[in-house]
Ligand binder design. Structure first.
Ligand SMILES: [Zn+2]
Length: 364
């Protein structure tokens, strides 16, 4: 894997924390300074590479699957380098991390980033939007309504925000407990990253999509066809996928990961049908919103079955008069262990509460 040292626009706090976590050897620093001094040239990278903050995996000509390598929660992106411009899918968790993504893209191309797609409204995929402005932001109409409404009050973001002080306190408590020098260094780096993230979160001023779709939108760039497709409600009410029919690749955001997704805003009973519509697209490779790429299409069927079984069990438990938290404790999906490893008895109470909410709203 080729390595490129990101030299521009890395947030100072974060950069300091990264250096604390992993100080580069002196010769690497010297090389970086030499690169800074060299005249700017058209970057010529034709394969995988990484920067201080991201790994770029070339999955088709001009198509990069991009993952954040700083040890902080963030989402994946896809970067399409077209003949004359760049399209980015998902903008990261804050304007600071969105800026880091832009800086990393600048290591491989200086073409303008003219299009940004938000797969859905969740903060970890769309709160970096402002770093890309001015840009055309494409999203589902539902995503626009969510982001133009009260995005900072959305449950997913509000919970993250409310949890930040406790997260920091837990790390500081661990630091106070340990006397192992190596562990201390690691925890201190995590604390610095978390503090930087908390500050970066304060800068968030969500920018909603300014181009919306309800069903489908196709963008043509030279030989490349880029289909933005709504397959149905799933992880949110407005998930869209970015499908490249010629490259046989689909970026699915959080509606299809390497296993079950976060269900707190989901439509669990509609999700299997939505995934059936996804399966109708002709692709070999799934680039998910979190985790590594997926090439086993059979996984979609396992996830469909998982959601069907979860829904069935929760409906039955509710029918027995159990409260949502009781139902969450009683759900048992360990039968899926062979197909979707990591199953334990019980299930996320927020996910089960969401299913109860859907049933209540429908008067069922
Ligand atoms: Zn999400």
């Amino acid at each position: 894997m080729q390595t490129v040292t990101a030299t521009r626009a890395v947030a100072l706090l974060l950069a300091t924390a990264i250096v604390a976590a992993c100080s580069p050897p002196a010769d690497e620093e010297a090389a970086s300074q030499a690169a800074d001094a060299a005249p700017a040239a058209e970057p010529q990278i034709e394969g995988d590479f990484s920067t201080d903050t991201h790994s770029f995996e070339l999955v088709a000509p001009g198509v990069y699957f991009v993952r954040y390598t700083v040890p902080m929660f963030n989402s994946n992106s896809m970067v399409l380098i077209n003949d004359d411009d760049v399209l980015v899918v998902d903008s990261h968790i804050t304007p600071a991390t969105g800026g880091q993504l832009i800086a990393s893209i600048r290591q491989v191309t200086d073409k303008p980033i003219s299009l940004l797609v938000n797969t859905h409204f969740h903060y970890d995929h769309a709160h970096g939007n402002q770093a890309f402005m001015p840009v055309k932001i494409i999203g589902h109409e539902f995503t626009r309504q969510k982001m133009a409404g009260t995005p900072l009050e959305e449950g997913t973001f509000a919970r993250e925000l409310a949890g930040q002080p406790a997260m920091l306190e837990r790390m500081q408590a661990r630091l106070a407990e340990t006397e192992d020098a190596e562990e201390r260094t690691g925890i201190e780096a995590r604390i610095a990253l978390t503090k930087a993230h908390i500050e970066a979160t304060k800068e968030v001023d969500p920018v909603p999509p300014n181009i919306t779709l309800n069903e489908r939108l196709t963008i043509y760039r030279g030989e490349r066809e880029i289909q933005i497709v709504f397959c149905g409600r799933a992880h949110t009410g407005g998930d869209i996928v970015v499908y490249l029919p010629n490259e046989r690749i689909v970026f699915t955001g959080d509606m299809m990961l390497g296993g079950p997704s976060w269900l707190g805003d989901g439509y669990v009973d509609e999700w299997p049908e939505t995934l059936e519509n996804l399966k109708a697209l002709d692709f070999d490779l799934i680039l998910p919103g979190h985790g590594p790429k997926v090439s086993d299409r059979a996984l979609i069927g396992h996830v469909q079955d998982f959601y069907r079984e979860l829904w069935k069990q929760v409906v039955a438990l509710r029918g027995e008069g159990k409260a949502a938290d009781e139902a969450a404790a009683a759900v048992d999906l360990t039968a899926f262990e062979d197909r979707l490893p990591g199953r334990r008895p019980g299930f996320d109470p927020l996910a089960v509460a969401r299913i109860y909410q859907l049933l209540d709203e429908r008067g069922e």
